[in-house]
Write a protein that binds this ligand. Structure first.
Ligand code: HEM
Length: 376
């Protein structure tokens, strides 16, 4: 999409599509609008208006009833409760899990393999299962359901995909009903126990947000690991540098997030008239798409934006959004990538591409469906 973003940014940085939706391509406006508290996300009330039966698709319902699609005051309350349980301490405690799981997956990698199925898929799911307290034996089951449900984050999906998302949503809700009941009887150290305690969430909110944590942190992190590895394998001098200086991992990960944003766009509605800053004014109720992937490559903010350069000062990409809905899992996603890349490079010094990578055919979530590598 990057050449197309460049053309749009140069000729129509804020444009209206034929269907009436607005698209924002610049960093300055994207960054400002993410933090504008007069903008809202589409919530259950909006869905009632344009799709009265949405509750019947349990995949869609789980996401629409989660904080991702709540507005204030519900969003404020639910987000606060979730943030109080998903603490920096809890994330830091997962470092060892991440390192152990990564090492195990690396050791199990055959000489020629698909990096996505051998590493980028299983690592995030293992970490989220550890976070939520899902038993190891249920991980493959979870991975399949999460993959089936992820299509609801896309604006366009086939009927068959929506059917699979519905089934996955139902099965995950049933699973979490069981897990929540168990943890209420016998609380453990996991996030499910913490959220199922006296967090003040309704039953529907609790289930929806447990499902959200699974889905929001799964394919997004898989994509970060896949695109990041591709970048490193394409540029051996950078891989050598990171291998020799693993303390550079945070800067590398920020630049990977900027260079190839795992989430390419997010949507908002205006609730009151909105000044675009170029003399134009949108009425209340206008639909806006913020192109995060384009904002991250805006030359006004990032000189020479198509060059991968971990030495850029203040990278701060908008890949995790910003403002009230800023990604709750950002510290965890960052930690996973910061631990995984140096470990991959040091344990597999001859890791190389072994065939053409295939991008997933998606609009919002950008990443590889397969990335053939050789380790020997
Ligand atoms: C929200 C990206 C990983 C949980 C978001 C948003 C973005 C994003 C862009 C904001 C959407 C919006 O403003 O409309 C990413 C990326 C990830 C990642 C790129 C990995 C590289 C994770 C992980 C978790 C997680 C690992 C949890 C385990 C959430 C939650 C929200 C969210 C709960 C909703 C926050 C709210 O609405 O208040 N993420 N995410 N994400 N993310 Fe992530």
């Amino acid at each position: 999409p990057y050449p197309a973003y460049d053309v749009l940014r140069a000729h129509a940085p804020i444009f209206q599509a034929i269907d009436g939706r607005w698209f924002v391509t610049t960093h300055a406006l994207t960054n400002r609008l993410l933090r504008d508290s007069t903008l809202r996300v589409a919530d259950a009330g909006d869905y009632d208006g344009f799709w009265p039966d949405w509750r019947e698709n349990r995949g869609v319902a789980s996401i629409v009833q989660s904080m991702l699609q709540n507005n204030a005051p519900d969003h404020t309350r639910v987000r606060r409760a979730a943030a109080a349980t998903f603490t920096a301490r809890r994330v830091a405690a997962l470092r060892d899990v991440i390192a152990e799981q990564s090492a195990e997956l690396i050791k199990a990698m055959p000489e020629r393999t698909d990096f996505v199925s051998a590493f980028a898929y299983p690592l995030p799911i293992a970490v989220i299962c550890a976070l939520l307290g899902v038993p190891d034996a249920d991980r493959p089951w979870f991975r399949q359901r999460a993959a089936d449900l992820t299509v609801v984050l896309e604006p366009i999906s086939t009927e068959e995909e929506m059917g699979r998302a519905d089934v996955a949503g139902r099965e995950l809700e049933d699973y979490f009903i069981g897990l929540v009941a168990e943890r209420r009887r016998e609380p453990r150290e996991d996030l499910t126990s913490a959220l199922a305690g006296d967090s003040g969430l309704t039953g529907a909110e609790l289930l929806a947000n447990l499902v959200l944590l699974l889905v929001a942190g799964f394919e997004t992190t898989t994509n970060l690991l896949g695109t990041g590895l591709r970048i490193l394998l394409d540029r051996p001098e950078l891989a050598d540098r990171l291998r020799a200086a693993p303390e550079l991992a945070p800067a590398f990960v920020e630049e990977i997030l900027r260079y190839d944003s795992p989430v390419q766009l997010t949507s908002r509605y205006t609730s009151v008239p909105l000044d675009l800053g170029d003399g134009r004014r949108l009425a209340g109720g206008a639909s806006l798409n913020l192109l995060l992937g384009s904002a991250n490559r805006d030359p006004e903010r990032y000189p020479d934006p198509h060059r991968f350069d971990p030495d850029r000062p203040n990278i701060q990409p908008v890949s995790f959004g910003g403002g009230a809905h800023y990604c709750l899992g950002a510290p965890l996603a960052r930690l996973e990538a910061q631990v995984a890349f140096p470990l991959l490079l040091s344990m597999l010094p001859r890791l190389a591409l072994d065939g053409p990578p295939v991008l997933r055919d998606r609009l919002v979530l950008r990443g590889y469906a397969s990335l053939p590598v050789s380790t020997g």
